[in-house]
Design a protein around this ligand. Sequence first.
Ligand SMILES: [Zn+2]
Length: 88
Amino acid sequence: MVLIIPVIVIAVLAILMCRQESRRRKISFPLALLTCIVTTPLIGYFIIVSRPLRQPQGCKWCGNMDNEAAYCGICGKDAQGMIRPSGK
Ligand SMILES: [Zn+2]
């Protein structure tokens, strides 16, 4: 019965870690949580941490801060202000 307390503590820590890391990295929260359940929170942590960070470069032309692609999704310009070549 005493063993249930550390299990709850580890589970809460794993959920919080998954929430935190899924915001910063390219992994969704359900997938991060599933990884922690299927493997163990310790192995799952290393799998999640090995995912690349989200680094939206944003767009300085229209202020779209969430842009992650080479060409902005809103105004279609890249970092140099060149418009996406269309038609090809
Ligand atoms: Zn833009």
